[in-house]
Ligand binder design. Structure first.
Ligand code: TA6
Length: 297
């Protein structure tokens, strides 16, 4: 039985809930929220936008950042967690009225099923964005893994961009370092989208940072000396990695983001964007996945 927003949270909980392990409730804005508790972690996601908003391995602090100022209302993306950007990244190339990062994160997804493993639990969601059918599997366990499978249902090649726009929670964005992209070229969106090359040194935040690293399949490691941990974002089926921190001015300009919250987050986004957009043959399927793991320092 597939869930659709037409069913209320109570009915979803009756059909898919597992007492003490997986519950569905009507969250802020009346959005149906899934709460997961396994032996290894707790997790949270909204069916609206198929939006993961929480992942906390047992004995660790929350891994994902969600703004205290986020709105939970249809038509607006939740600010933080892991927005699903699809089938375009950033502003629509031609339609100014089209939603930033595409409709996927402001769409009610169907819950197709739930799978339980040893100490992990997976939610399988799906949605259609013509001409694409998209299946999204999120597994909450020792790791957080997210896999986005896109099928082109049309008779001609279709080109899309995608991103799992992961907001990581950090102790102080000015003190984190991100490795894994040395020598990789990037489009610097705070400097006229100029193409540059990452020197052989960790990426640090000293101002607004908005970079699309291209032609890279590398994992990234964020080292956080304040919280005392390393977060690894590994990936497959992704040729772009976006690194973003809005810093002071952009944070102040965002209505759903606290003025000081830029200190508490860093985005490492698993993507196929810009020159790495995916041209998918008729009937073809493309899968992109991101896996987030923690290690204490
Ligand atoms: O991933 C970085 C980025 O493309 C930035 O340019 C910034 O716009 C951010 O996404 C957030 O976009 P949003 O539409 O969620 O405000």
């Amino acid at each position: 039985m597939r869930y659709h927003q037409a069913m209320d949270a109570q009915e979803v909980d009756k059909r898919f809930g597992v007492p003490g392990v997986l519950t569905f409730e009507s969250g802020p804005g009346g959005l149906t929220r899934a709460s997961v508790t396994t032996a290894s972690c707790s997790g949270q996601m909204y069916l609206y936008g198929a939006h993961v908003t929480g992942f906390q391995p047992v004995g660790h602090k929350p891994v994902l950042f969600v703004s205290d100022a986020t709105m939970y209302q249809r038509g607006k993306a939740i600010r933080g967690g892991v927005p699903v950007c699809f089938p375009w990244f950033g502003p629509h190339p031609s339609d100014k009225a089209a939603p930033s990062h595409g409709p996927a994160r402001i769409t009610d997804w169907e819950l197709a099923g739930v799978d339980r493993e040893e100490d992990a639990l997976s939610l399988n969601l799906s949605a259609a964005f013509d001409p694409y059918q998209v299946d999204y599997r999120v597994t909450f366990g020792h790791e957080l893994s997210m896999a986005l499978a896109v099928r082109n249902t049309s008779e001609s090649t279709a080109t899309f961009e995608s991103a799992l726009h992961t907001y990581l929670a950090v102790g102080d964005a000015r003190q984190v370092g991100i490795t894994g992209l040395s020598g990789v070229e990037y489009l610097d969106k705070v400097d006229g989208t100029k193409r540059k090359t990452q020197p052989d040194q960790p990426i640090t935040f000293t101002g607004e940072t908005d970079r699309v690293y291209v032609d890279t399949g590398s994992a990234c490691v964020l080292t956080d000396p304040v919280i005392g941990r390393q977060i690894t974002v590994d990936k497959s089926g992704s040729r772009s990695t976006v690194i973003w921190n809005p810093w002071v001015d952009k944070a102040a300009a965002m209505g759903d983001f606290g003025n000081e919250e830029w200190l508490e987050m860093a985005c490492i986004e698993t993507a196929n964007a810009g020159p790495n957009a995916v041209a998918l043959a008729p009937g073809g399927v493309h899968e992109m996945s991101a896996t987030v793991t923690l290690r204490d320092l």
